[in-house]
Design a protein around this ligand. Structure first.
Ligand SMILES: [Zn+2]
Ligand SMILES: [Zn+2]
Length: 233
């Protein structure tokens, strides 16, 4: 029988490990219902898979049904996320795929990368700290900790888009909307109007007005723009 250390988890298990890592990183409670939602599978399927993962030593489940990674699970989760993000960079830089397609294409490839190819990508892509969407590679969470959701910015502020959060990376419709409007990492924008009662925010980007729902704006992280910090009319 193979020892646990030599087990290579299936793509499904790797996906679970990645999602558990990310929820935990964001300080969210990791429970079956949340995983079912994130992974878009039924709660009974999640329960059965978590049971197998427990048996195989990837996770632990406490009396409150909270899931946490074992040290072996954490090593595998960070490896998966690194492979995913490096693959996104390869697809972005080499194949010039649009931002909206990077995540789902990388998702098909990431599970099969060998250690050698991963190491090669790491150096070819110049040791990135963030994925093309601005999400941190494991170990670089500090890079993004100062960025705040666009939804919390006051009217009149100039900001720079830094990050589109992982949990909408697989939402093709939202991502292509953001991309079409130029709301991608590096874009300078001016917040023109926040209508809380209407749950919308109006911004100027590339000299054009764009209205976003606050829920979407909550997933776009920005930093103050030192060169564009005045109220403009
Ligand atoms: Zn991704
Ligand atoms: Zn990404």
């Amino acid at each position: 029988m193979m020892s646990i250390e030599n087990q290579k988890p299936s793509p499904t298990i790797e996906d679970y490990l990645g999602v558990i890592y990310t929820l935990d990183r964001d300080g969210e409670r990791v429970i079956g219902a949340r995983l079912a939602e994130s992974l878009d599978v039924s709660p009974p399927t999640v329960t059965a898979t978590l049971k197998r993962m427990c048996r195989d030593g990837w996770i632990e489940i406490n009396d409150d049904k909270e899931v946490s990674l074992t040290s072996q699970g954490r090593v595998m989760a960070t490896s998966l996320i690194r492979r995913h993000m490096l693959t996104e960079w390869m697809l972005s830089r080499v194949l010039k795929l649009p931002l909206a397609e990077l995540h789902r294409e990388a998702h098909q490839i990431e599970h099969t990368l060998s250690k050698e190819v991963e190491a090669r990508l790491q150096s070819e892509m110049a040791d990135p700290r963030l994925c093309p969407h601005g999400n941190p590679l494991p170990g670089f969470e500090g890079e993004v900790s100062q960025w705040i959701p666009l939804s919390s910015i006051n009217a009149g502020s100039g900001v720079v888009v830094k990050r589109i959060h992982e949990n909408i990376e697989d939402d093709y419709e939202r991502l292509s909307f953001l991309e079409k409007e130029g709301l991608i990492p590096g874009a300078r924008i001016l917040v023109e109007e926040v209508l809380t009662f209407n749950e919308t925010i109006r911004i100027k980007v590339n000299k054009k007005d764009v209205v976003l729902g606050l829920r979407l704006a909550d997933r776009v992280f920005v930093a103050q723009d030192p060169e564009n910090n005045q109220v403009q009319s």
